[in-house]
Design a protein around this ligand. Structure first.
Ligand code: WTA
Length: 655
């Protein structure tokens, strides 16, 4: 984004206030209440967070120092206090909630388990003791390569209990990626499973670990293997140990390791726009405070809720809203191991019905994918237990938002569109559902104590509702990342250098409307420059998807001599992929549609139909790949995670 700021072309005027009945029983019941919280935080930023930390977390040693900024931008919170995250998630509930269900699990094959807080405590302690017996202790890094089963949460909590630092690698990553992450973290142990089940297939997790270990990973001493899929796996003597053998005979009690607030709870690798993945490092106390408070503010969590976040534990969402935030609040979570379309596209809705899920949190990409199957699928199930819906991971286009609102929420459930990042630790901008009116496509207002703003090149706030800019956070917050593991310089360069250490750069572009609502426009790198106008790709995508025949769209730029950049759209139609004359006619119609919806400047120069879009395992569109395709370049990047390479041919217009 040089010289000019981004122009916004999207107009969305609908607003949806919370229903009286929702507001009446919500934790925060009115805009006024929410504004008071925000005002209190603005008046005394550190005092606000300190009060919450004292009241909402259980401390072994109380803290006196709230914020130490002497090493900024390495901000440290509650530094002289000590606590244990697993104690806060489990032990402190045992007296009042020992028999309450902590985890409801459903496997892809339909097997279910209920685990109470007391049982969870026992499982966490025995596994923590097993880790210790195998030489793992405070500060050691433990890499996970696990299916989405309760033992993943057990193992996370067990690491937290003994002060070991977990680093979860999503089970869909290749052996090569696993190896890179193990080596970067210099990990001492791996926790994996024989296999996981997804889409009816067994994912060979142990085999991938073996392949990674064959290529290097000299630091690994132990590999813990959970039996899950029942497939045959070789075990290496002295190195590999079955989970069941490891816990055999271990005590059900394990005194928590009381760690300093700043002790790293976990690393989580996230890909940058270029180069090797960054090991995002989070703290113990500050991180837990964010996960705890946002469960209350954004998800309005209550004693009788059944909370289902569909994210895998391999992503940050699976950390904050599966393993830590809900349990810290003593809430019941649901975990599902498999794919959303097994045996059919009604699986998510059937699970909501069968387990009486009250809060459902998923990604826009999943909503759009399920929306393609039509209303009959969800209408077949009783979704009346739902009271609140959420989204995360990318901007949700108003079309999908409305479908979620009407077909899933039956117009009764507020939708919380939550903006945050691996780096921010927890939700930062989202509606507080009993207090803030929602608008389809906007993540609405920053949470109390979060100093989000939009600034121009010079770092000045932008107030013009039509102008986009850099999304920044002006003040440190307790659950922010602490650094990039082993790469201080990159930490500074990526997040702080742009505004000389003054504020945190999120890397997203956004605008604020006349009501102060935030609208995320995409990553800064995704901005197009068409004939001198800077356009966010998200708005063009949103316009395309609002056409009745379009299910999904991705827009990228291709260098163009005349216009600077030409707009290339890759779209997935509802139903069959259009071909021949039908495709030609639809291209014309879509170009006219976009011109009408947002103006001729945004009219795509080319539109290509494919059966699916290329996505990363976390559902983000692989824009770098699309840019290469748009330019007609040879494909050199790793596309092994794509379900079918035929898609690339379709995108290239060769099939
Ligand atoms: C994008 C996921 C629009 C954004 C928790 C951000 C969103 C990146 C939203 C972080 C949202 C996430 N609206 N965009 N509600 N939520 N994003 O690290 O570009 O996997 O910077 O964390 O996802 O992705 P990450």
């Amino acid at each position: 984004m040089n010289q000019k700021t981004i122009q916004s072309i999207l107009t969305e005027e609908r607003t949806f206030p919370p229903s009286d009945s929702f507001a009446a029983r919500a934790r925060i019941k009115s805009l006024d209440e929410y504004q008071k919280l925000r005002a209190a935080a603005e008046k005394d930023h550190t005092g606000f967070w300190a009060d919450l930390a004292r009241n909402e977390l259980d401390w072994h040693t109380p803290f006196n120092t709230i914020l130490d900024d002497s090493k900024a931008p390495h901000f440290q919170w509650f530094t002289d206090g000590k606590l244990n995250v697993s104690y806060n998630c489990i032990d402190r509930h045992l007296e009042s909630r020992g028999d309450k269900t902590a985890i409801i699990f459903e496997g892809e094959n339909g097997d279910t388990r209920h685990i109470s807080f007391r049982e969870l405590h026992g499982e966490v302690c025995t596994f923590a003791n097993a880790l210790k017996a195998n030489g793992i202790g405070k500060g050691d890094r433990v890499v996970f390569y696990m299916p989405m089963v309760p033992e993943a949460v057990v193992a996370m909590q067990a690491c937290a209990r003994i002060g070991a630092i977990h680093s979860i690698v999503f089970g869909g990553f290749s052996a090569e990626s696993l190896k890179d992450r193990i080596e970067d973290a210099n990990a001492k142990a791996i926790i994996t499973a024989d296999g996981g089940t997804r889409g009816g297939k067994v994912i060979e997790l142990k085999a991938a670990c073996d392949a990674a270990l064959d290529k290097g990973c000299a630091s690994i001493e132990k590999v813990f293997v959970l039996k899950r899929a029942g497939n045959n796996v070789p075990m290496k003597q002295g190195r590999d140990i079955w989970w069941s053998d490891a816990v055999d005979g271990m005590s059900q009690d394990c005194e928590p390791e009381w760690v300093e607030s700043e002790h790293p709870l976990f690393l989580l690798y996230t890909s940058g726009s270029t180069g090797k993945p960054k090991g995002i490092q989070h703290s113990s106390a500050g991180y837990l405070l964010g996960a705890t408070m946002t469960m209350q503010w954004v998800f309005d969590i209550n004693e009788d809720d059944i909370f289902w976040c569909t994210a895998d534990v391999g992503w940050v969402t699976g950390h904050s809203y599966v393993a830590y935030g809900p349990l810290s609040n003593g809430a019941t979570i649901l975990m599902y191991e498999g794919a959303p379309t097994v045996p059919d596209a009604g699986r998510f809705w059937k699970i909501c019905q069968d387990h009486k899920v009250t809060i459902f949190y998923t990604a826009p990409t999943a909503i759009r994918a399920l929306m393609r199957f039509g209303d009959d699928v969800p209408n077949h199930y009783d979704l009346s237990s739902l009271r609140l819906l959420g989204t995360v991971g990318e901007p949700i286009n108003p079309e999908a938002w409305m479908w979620y609102h009407k077909t899933i929420g039956k117009e009764q459930c507020p939708i919380v569109d939550t903006w945050w990042q691996t780096e921010t630790g927890s939700i930062m901008i989202a509606p507080v559902p009993g207090a803030v009116d929602t608008k389809p496509g906007s993540c609405t207002l920053p949470l109390p104590g979060i100093a989000a703003d939009i600034v121009n090149e010079n770092g000045d706030s932008i107030d013009d509702p039509q102008q986009g800019g850099y999304l920044v956070i002006r003040k440190p917050w307790p659950f922010m990342l602490r650094t990039i593991w082993g790469d201080e310089q990159r930490y500074y360069d990526t997040y702080w250098a742009r505004f000389k250490g003054k504020y945190y750069l999120a890397g997203d572009s956004a605008r604020k409307d006349k009501d102060g609502y935030f609208w995320i426009m995409g990553r800064i790198d995704d901005v197009l420059n068409v004939a001198g106008h800077r356009l966010g790709t998200m708005e063009i995508e949103s316009a395309l998807v609002s056409h009745e025949r379009i299910a999904e769209a991705a827009v990228v730029g291709r260098p163009d001599d005349i216009k600077g950049e030409a707009i290339c759209a890759y779209v997935v139609a509802r139903g069959e992929r259009p071909l021949g004359d039908d495709a030609d006619a639809l291209v014309q119609e879509l170009r006219a549609w976009v011109a009408k919806e947002i103006g001729p400047i945004a009219k795509p120069d080319s539109i290509v139909f494919a059966e699916t879009l290329p996505k990363t395992r976390s559902g983000k569109i692989m824009r770098r790949l699309l840019r290469a395709i748009a330019k007609g370049e040879e494909i050199t990047q790793d596309i092994s995670t794509l379900e079918s390479t035929d898609i690339v041919k379709q995108l290239q217009g060769k099939a």
